[in-house]
Design a protein around this ligand. Structure first.
Ligand SMILES: Nc1ncnc2c1ncn2[C@@H]1O[C@H](COP(=O)(O)OP(=O)(O)OP(=O)(O)O)[C@@H](O)[C@H]1O
Length: 315
């Protein structure tokens, strides 16, 4: 099946010469949820704005549902719903009017039943006649989503949907996104909360410095995150690994004073019991043992830091 969103070698250099996108390539399948992670200034918003036609690409292409975002802008844009990072609603407007107005902008006929169902789904039905300025921050965010859905888009971009939203509401938002996915809506979201990506996304894309470092199924990433380290402090330092330990994923650290064994917490067997036996057979005496698990945050930070070092080495 052809990807609903295809991005090819997309580049954006802002006036003044700043290269915000350096050749992005990305394919997203229908009904997929993809989370884009990256530090501040990585280019996530620029990528979304470019695909949504708010920012013009310097070169490269993007298409939505087979419609090129530049040559076939209207058709491409009609398939897209955009929930921007900033709340850009008219404070005196009535909640439901935002949805009717948005449909009108896309040339769609008024549809009371559809607007009702969207407002109900986002728990905004009671607030349909409220003015935007009377709503809490979390409700305003939900109005933004409702408005973005009003013209029945097939691809929804959520730029940091839960920034500044409390934990309870964040979970509600995740449920809404899951429901949209079940209706076949494709969702691209940016987030700084790694647990949000973990909870919602089928795939995670890491962006840094205008480039995609990797796009991987969330499960695969979790498997990697699932790794744990056993640090074994030795009574006597080793100069090399003894033959008895050749079959283990083990390294010497701290000038031979520590053995570091990495294992998979999701595996049926961690191999720790066998390792202890092998250490015994090799006559190695332990002083202390510690375990530590790399957090999602750490892995992400390492990944981003690694690419920076590599980039600097090249430059
Ligand atoms: N209109 C503009 N003119 C010049 N530079 C810009 C413009 N908009 C963004 N940039 C620069 O492009 C880079 C990418 O910005 P962008 O907003 O896409 O990052 P982001 O990944 O969305 O960051 P954040 O996580 O902070 O929202 C930044 O260095 C930013 O300063």
């Amino acid at each position: 099946m052809a990807a609903i969103l295809q991005v090819r070698d997309l580049k954006k250099t802002y006036e003044g010469g700043f290269e915000a996108l350096k050749g992005i390539a990305l394919d997203i399948e229908t009904g997929e949820i993809i989370a884009l992670l990256g530090p501040n200034g990585a280019g996530k918003t620029t990528l979304i704005s470019t695909i949504c036609g708010i920012t013009e690409p310097t070169s490269g292409t993007a298409s939505v549902g087979g419609h090129d975002i530049q040559r076939d802008y209207r058709k491409a844009r009609a398939m897209i719903g955009l929930v921007p990072q900033e709340i850009n609603l008219e404070p005196f407007s009535m909640v439901e009017d935002n949805l009717h107005f948005s449909r009108g902008l896309f040339g769609k006929p008024r549809d009371e039943a559809l607007v009702e169902s969207i407002l109900k789904r986002l728990s905004l039905w009671d607030k349909r006649r409220a003015r935007v300025r009377e709503l809490s921050g979390g409700m305003k965010r939900r109005v933004l989503i409702a408005k973005a859905l009003a013209h029945e888009p097939r691809v929804l971009f959520l730029d940091e949907p839960t920034a500044g939203v409390d934990v309870g509401l964040r979970k509600d938002m995740w449920e809404t996104v899951a429901q949209l996915k079940s209706e076949g809506v494709t969702i691209i979201l940016t987030t700084h909360y790694i647990e949000e990506a973990e909870a919602m996304a089928d795939r995670v894309g890491v962006i840094r410095n205008g480039q995609i470092l990797m796009v991987e199924p969330t499960q695969d990433l979790m498997r990697r995150f699932g790794r744990k380290e056993l640090r074994i402090e030795l009574r006597e330092p080793l100069t090399s690994l003894p033959a008895e330990l050749a079959d283990y994923e083990i390294e010497l650290a701290d000038e031979g004073q520590t053995l570091v064994y990495s294992y998979d917490t999701h595996a049926d067997r961690t191999g720790i019991a066998g390792l202890m036996r092998s250490l015994n057979e090799a006559g190695i005496v332990l002083r202390d043992v510690q375990t530590r698990q790399s957090s999602l945050e750490e892995i992400f930070v390492d990944l981003v830091a690694d690419s920076r070092t590599q980039g600097e080495a090249k430059a």
